[in-house]
Design a protein around this ligand. Structure first.
Ligand code: XLS
Ligand code: MG
Length: 343
């Protein structure tokens, strides 16, 4: 278990501090500067929404979109960052207010298809086969406003069309139980895996698990990761933390529950996560209180904690754990783990 992780992060993780209740409190960091900061802090790869890559994507025809994506690829090469995935941002445009793939109106679902194909084109030019689908608005506000069964068919068909449009791409479904919707159609890793198995090519559909999203579903992120790993479907993670069942906080990794964080690192390392080229991604937000100069500490701190916990996994006495599993003295096992983490 000596594997060292390679880390990724998205440009949205360096941000102005705006939230639902207040406007920006920090200056926008130019994209080129974000790339430098990411590299300096220790990231190897960048996560991108389609419009992080090509901001005016909706207005671009295929040719200009590809030219712009090519320019970005050069910029990333120069910065020494690999693109990990492209995710169609299907929750900001007015046309996605009723969901994207599951919108009740056909012309809105057509927009979602068109936008997904653009995300695939961006991915092609950047040289990544990974498409992440966070199904932000695919859910209900009023229990009767959509048929859940029909919505699941819409989602399956939309993924099938993407798989058909490009024979190389792999889809990573990122489940989340709520927010911005009240109840998501794909709330947990189990739902995401089941959706993947229902598609035309399950071998090209996996999952990306975000710690906070598991916690919001009342589940343990390490168990969720282990479940997907057992299916060989964990193709991405978004490490972060979350204090209880409230809005998605995107707290730095390990900042709320160190033992849960330790167990996430442990299951990843025990399974050899990363050996197939997978990145350990972060999805964390800086506190609104941070000054402009100190607005990247949440990134550095998350990497620091992940690396410290990786050391704790390496120095874990496996024989001790195995002996307690054997003799059933789980109180002693509990004490040993806590002592190990404190030590
Ligand atoms: C939001 C999601 C988003 C995805 C990528 O909660 O985590 O950031 O990771 O679209
Ligand atoms: Mg995420």
């Amino acid at each position: 278990m000596t594997a060292t992780f390679r880390y990724s992060v998205g440009p949205w993780n360096i941000h102005t501090g705006a939230d639902t209740f207040g406007p920006p409190v920090r200056a926008e960091v130019p994209f080129a500067r974000k790339l430098e900061l990411m590299k300096e802090i220790g990231f190897d790869a960048i996560q991108l929404h389609d419009d992080d890559a090509v901001p005016d994507l909706n207005e671009c025809d295929s040719r200009s979109l590809r030219t712009k994506a090519k320019e970005l690829k050069r910029q990333l090469d120069d910065a020494g960052l690999v693109p990990e995935f492209v995710a169609p941002r299907l929750w900001e445009d007015a046309r996605t207010r009723d969901g994207a793939y599951t919108a009740n109106l056909k012309q809105l679902r057509d927009y979602a298809d068109e936008r997904s194909k653009k995300a695939i084109e961006v991915a092609n030019e950047l040289g990544t086969n990974n498409i992440v689908l966070w199904l932000a608005r695919e859910g209900n506000f009023v229990p009767e406003n959509k048929s859940t069964t029909r919505s699941l068919h819409y989602l399956t068909e939309a993924i099938n069309r993407m798989l058909e449009a490009d024979k190389q791409i792999r889809i990573m479904i990122e489940p989340k139980p709520n927010e911005p919707v009240d109840k998501s159609f794909v709330p947990t890793v189990g739902h995401a895996l089941a959706l993947g198995y229902a598609t035309a090519d399950p071998s090209r559909v996996g999952v990306l698990i975000e710690s906070a999203h598991s916690l919001l579903a009342g589940l343990d992120p390490a168990d969720d990761m282990a479940f997907a790993l057992a299916h060989r479907k964990l193709w991405g993670v978004h490490l972060n933390d979350q204090n209880g069942l409230k809005f998605d906080q995107d707290r730095p990794f390990g900042s709320v529950n160190l033992r849960q964080a330790f167990n996430q690192v442990r299951v990843l390392m025990e399974s050899g996560y990363g050996s197939g080229g997978e990145y350990v991604g972060l999805d964390v937000k800086a506190l609104r209180t941070q000054s402009d100069e100190k607005a990247c500490k949440h990134l550095a701190n998350s990497l620091f904690v992940a690396e410290r916990l990786a050391d704790k996994v390496r120095s874990l006495n496996a024989a001790e754990v195995a002996a307690r599993q054997e003799d059933g003295d789980y109180e002693e096992l509990d004490r040993y783990i806590i002592d190990h983490l404190l030590g």
